[in-house]
Design a protein around this ligand. Structure first.
Ligand SMILES: [Zn+2]
Length: 406
């Protein structure tokens, strides 16, 4: 009973600190009085919390002229440059290390091809050895490293932070990478699936900032989606949702990595589009802009933008398939906005026209009518999701509490 009470007091303190920090982060510059009004915390509590945040260097005071008169009021802003985060992305074919400050400014970036490894210990050894080197190379930064964010192309259990599945080899048992990193670097670490984390980043820093509910479709080497509901990434009790890349669109199509046939991913991923174009060119389709030597996704998008018939036909076909799957998702979740992320958005005009047309004929008209389709505006798509995980930990109080009690 007593222990529960202590835990609850700590939890309340943590939540109050988080509320104050979040207001400062999102509404800065802001005065203590305004924080008190918006948070409904007593002025004395706000003073106490801001004192602790100031002492830790997480916020700073700035002098600000009040607009109504000559009186100067002290406002508060969040400190962003004094802290940095280590970001790791484990993709299908690559590993990325990066550092960002708390304004999401990229400080350093390193990219490796995934090594030719046979099992998990080999992968972990490679990863940790490279990471040790990266940390040494980037040790002389003037800012304080406060947390690690990790995103994985694969399944992550949100309850115990274990990686349960990777696309490139079978895990004999779940991989506790978070614990390994926390032990090695003594930093709180946060892990998530890459596309779901990207949807969170889009909500924090991108085009869905103004939405309660949104859907992000990421088309790159694979196809995945992240669903944000009421400002939070929808994870589900079973931890993984949004695998719309594995909805079947072609019953007679190609075999997918998942084992099924004709998944959306086998038709609209970058590789699928490039392979299809190769086949069309080999079959004698004529293009002024594309050749067997030059038909990567960028070239195909460029050709489509120049009204090349072959490229346009392929992008339209891709748009229709995406539209059919999005229509199902719209009918299920009725998002306020749909965001498309990936190289294919370089052919936005043709692609979006095809998606719109298909959505209009396949989804509930009243749902589609007010649902804008937009291109992601995020940069550094491979690591910004990992940064969003750290940001979430700051805003929900868990990382903040860790920093305050150090
Ligand atoms: Zn599949």
């Amino acid at each position: 009973m007593r222990i529960n009470q202590i835990v609850n007091v700590d939890l309340v303190k943590q939540m109050n600190s988080a509320v104050v920090y979040k207001l400062i982060d999102q509404q800065a510059p802001i005065s203590r009085i305004r924080i008190s009004e918006l948070s409904q915390l007593a002025p004395a509590s706000v003073t106490k919390i801001t004192r602790a945040l100031l002492a830790r260097g997480l916020i700073k005071e700035v002098d600000q002229q009040e607009s109504t008169g000559g009186r100067r009021a002290t406002s508060i802003v969040a400190e962003q440059k004094a802290f940095r985060t280590l970001l790791i992305h484990l993709g299908r074919e690559e590993i990325v290390f990066a550092m960002m400050d708390l304004s999401a400014k990229l400080l350093t970036y390193q990219h490796f091809n995934l090594p030719d490894v046979q099992n998990l210990p080999q992968l972990e050894d490679f990863l940790l050895a490279q990471l040790d080197k990266f940390m040494v190379d980037n040790a002389n930064k003037s800012s304080e490293l406060i947390a690690i964010g990790i995103t994985v192309t694969g399944f992550v259990n949100g309850k115990n932070n274990l990686i349960e599945n990777l696309p490139y080899f079978e895990l004999a048992e779940p991989w506790d990478l978070v614990q390994r990193l926390e032990q090695r670097f003594n930093l709180p670490s946060y892990i998530g699936q890459d596309v779901r984390s990207l949807a969170l980043a889009e909500h924090y820093f991108g085009v869905t900032k103004d939405c309660y509910d949104s859907l992000l479709l990421r088309i790159h080497r694979g196809v995945g989606a992240g669903i944000v509901i009421n400002h939070e990434v929808f994870q589900g009790y079973r931890n993984n949702v949004g695998e719309i890349g594995h909805i079947q669109v072609d019953p007679l199509g190609k075999r997918c990595l998942c084992g099924n046939v004709g998944c959306l991913e086998t038709v609209v991923s970058n590789d699928a589009i490039e392979n299809k174009m190769q086949q069309m060119l080999e079959d004698g389709y004529q293009s002024k802009w594309l050749s067997l030597e030059s038909h990567d996704i960028e070239a195909i998008c460029k050709a489509s933008n120049k009204h090349d018939a072959v490229a346009t036909e392929l992008i339209e076909h891709v748009g229709v398939q995406i539209g059919r799957v999005l229509a199902m998702s719209v009918n299920m979740f009725n998002p306020e906005k749909i965001v498309i992320s990936g190289e294919i958005t370089q052919a936005k005009n043709t692609l979006f026209a095809a998606i719109h047309k298909t959505l209009e004929s396949h989804a509930l008209p009243s749902f589609v009518k007010n649902t804008p389709l937009v291109v992601s505006e995020l940069h550094h798509e491979d690591v910004i999701g990992a940064f969003a995980l750290v940001k979430r930990a700051l805003l929900d109080g868990s990382l903040l509490q860790h920093l305050l009690i150090e």
